[in-house]
Structures are given as structure tokens and as C-alpha cells.
Design a protein around this ligand. Structure first.
Ligand code: NCD
Length: 330
């Protein structure tokens, strides 16, 4: 189905190439088409085993990876930290090696600490296991599959003739708790790579100016006032206030946050006509986004994002699995 794919781990989008973005979009589009024809399953990953290791709570990411693996006919192993041997003192690397010994070929890993998926990938490589790692969100570092599914949702909506630079001329405003967001970090890379102008906006405590410097060529523009960020925006990506990651006091109150930065219909009218709202979920209704806008299918792309997640994750599992040799263990 594809030629330009060599990696067998997906840990971040920092070094993703335009050809890789295009391959993911085209592969996701072909899986989306297969699914829309009513075919519930394809035999593509028959005989492979996908281990979902989620050390942090998740609804959509975990479920959509599981569904994606099942639709590809892979076997799945699901791990939940609360009921695992971690509570008996087993290390994360030993947990991964246990799944490897059972024949896992692909590991989908979410962890509250940045760098855990990369550490597991290094260990699997050291063991010459041939198994791949897909980062499903690590701390504040990266969430590549979320950014790729967001990109795929936009690709489906805009239906460009070709994927190359398909967001050229578009402005995307990412609003809210940028500081704690691995979604924002990954999206800055993907949106910019496809030609979009990315603007970040939120309170100074949650959008430090230095944040933009870390992106090199993909440098986004930072604002502390909503109006310039929203002006002429084609897409507004709203982020959840990640209260579980706020060790210090970042905000006076949620009410004040909503008044100053919450996205509602009046604020949407500051953007380009027909602008759409995205949110990776889960959403604090009425805090970062008004309930009314969230539930309006004419403005909100939230359910398209969730739907895009399955096809995009099928594409990623397929690409990673087929670039890695089948492991010997069975
Ligand atoms: C995001 C995450 O976990 O990073 N959610 C998701 O994967 N759908 C964003 C968030 O938790 O706010």
C-alpha cells in the first residue's frame, strides 16, 4: 500500500517527514474507505499481537487503539495499571518484557511520565525483539497519534486533491492549557508541516513565551489575548485545562478562565466565517468550551475527531507492524 515508511517506533512527531505525513493520511483514507463500505474487519494483522499498556486513565485513545487492532484482525492484550503486578512492585520494563514473552509485536503505551515509551522502545531494541512502540501519550511530551488523527479529520473535511501542504493558507488557533499539553506539542509539528499558520493562546501562566522557541522551524506565534489569535482563524483547537497536572496555582478560578478564554459562539464569530472547533477530549463542559458549541455539529468537529481516530490508528498499527519483522515468540 505504501513505500515511504521505515520506522518501527512512533514516539514523537519532531522528526516526522512530509512523506511520512502523506503516507499516514493516505493509508488512513484507504482504511476509512474500507470501513465505510461496511467491511468490519480486514485480515491485515492476523497473527500479530498488540499490547495496550495504559499506565494513565484514558477513554478514547485506549478504546480506539483496541478497536483499530481488532479491525485489523490482530490479537489484543489490555493492561490496566490498577489491577496489574505493578501494584506488587514489578517494574514497567519487566511488565513490557512479560508481554513480549507472550508474543506481543506492537506496544501501545501511555504513561504519566515523559520518556517511558522511548525507554521501553530502547529496551525492546536492545533485546533485538523487532517489536514496535507507539507512544499513546507520555506526560507533557508528545501524543503523536492524537495529532495525526486531528490532521486526518481536517484532511477528510477539506478533501484536498493531494495531501502535500494541504493546510497552506489556513490559520489554526490552539487555545488554553498549552503548557501541560502533549496534544499541543505534537500538533504544532503536524499542522505546521502541512502548511498551516499556528497561533497559541492562553493565560501567561499556561502559555509561556519560551514555549514557542522549542519548536525551531515550526515556531508558532504566542498570544495572551484571544482576539488576535482568533482573528481569521479557520480552525480553533480547544484544549482541556489539565487540572491533574497543575501542581501550582495557574488560574484565579475556572469561572474567570471561562470568561477570558472560554470558547463560545460570540468568540467563534471573531474567527473566519465557517470556522470549526476541535477538542481532543475529554472536555470540561462550560470551562474551556461552551456546552452549546460543543454539541453543535455545524461548528464542532469533535465527533469527527473520534471517528478519525480508528482509521488513523489502524494506519499507524499497520505501518509500524509491517516495517517490523514478526517476532519469534508466539
Ligand atoms: C488528551 C491526552 O490524554 O493527552 N486526550 C486524549 O488523548 N484524547 C488530552 C487531555 O487529556 O486533555
Amino acid at each position: 500500500m505504501t513505500t515511504s515508511w521505515q520506522r518501527h517506533h512512533l514516539l514523537s512527531l519532531a522528526d516526522f517527514t512530509p512523506a511520512e505525513y502523506e503516507t499516514v493520511l493516505q493509508t488512513a483514507a484507504s482504511f476509512r474507505e474500507v470501513l465505510s463500505r461496511g467491511t468490519r474487519k480486514v485480515p491485515t494483522l492476523q497473527g500479530r499481537t498488540v499490547a495496550n499498556l495504559f499506565f494513565e486513565p484514558s477513554t478514547r485513545t485506549r478504546s480506539s487503539f483496541e478497536l483499530a487492532a481488532k479491525r485489523l484482525s490482530a490479537d489484543t492484550l489490555n493492561f490496566a495499571s490498577a489491577t496489574s503486578s505493578l501494584t506488587k512492585g514489578e517494574t514497567i520494563l519487566d511488565t513490557a518484557k512479560t508481554y513480549l514473552a507472550m508474543g506481543a509485536n506492537l506496544f501501545v503505551i501511555r504513561h504519566q511520565k515523559a520518556g517511558v515509551p522511548a525507554a521501553i522502545a530502547r529496551e525492546l531494541d536492545r533485546l533485538k525483539s523487532g517489536a514496535g512502540v507507539l507512544n499513546a501519550g507520555d506526560g507533557q511530551h508528545a501524543h503523536p497519534s492524537q495529532a495525526l488523527l486531528d490532521l486526518f479529520a481536517l484532511y477528510q473535511l477539506l478533501a484536498p486533491a493531494a495531501p502535500r501542504q494541504f493546510l497552506a493558507g489556513k490559520k489554526v488557533a490552539i487555545v488554553g492549557d498549552i503548557l501541560h499539553s502533549r496534544v499541543a506539542r505534537s500538533n504544532v509539528y503536524s499542522l505546521t508541516a502541512m502548511g498551516a499558520r499556528v497561533h497559541l493562546v492562553g493565560p501567561p501562566t499556561l502559555v509561556p513565551h519560551a514555549f514557542a522557541e522549542s519548536f525551531g522551524m515550526a515556531k508558532p506565534q504566542v498570544h495572551w489575548q484571544l482576539e488576535p489569535a482568533l482573528a481569521d482563524a479557520d480552525f480553533i483547537m480547544v484544549l482541556r485545562l489539565q487540572q491533574e497536572r497543575m501542581r501550582d496555582r495557574f488560574l484565579p478560578s475556572l469561572r474567570e478562565y471561562h470568561q477570558r478564554y472560554g470558547i463560545d459562539r460570540a468568540r467563534l464569530s471573531l474567527a473566519a466565517p465557517g470556522a470549526k472547533v476541535l477538542h481532543p477530549g475529554p472536555t470540561n463542559r462550560g470551562v474551556e468550551l461552551s456546552s452549546e458549541l460543543m454539541d453543535d455539529p455545524d461548528c464542532s468537529l469533535i465527533s469527527q475527531q473520534v471517528t478519525s481516530g480508528v482509521a488513523t490508528r489502524m494506519a499507524l498499527l499497520y505501518l509500524l507492524a509491517t516495517s517490523a519483522p514478526l517476532t519469534a515468540a508466539a
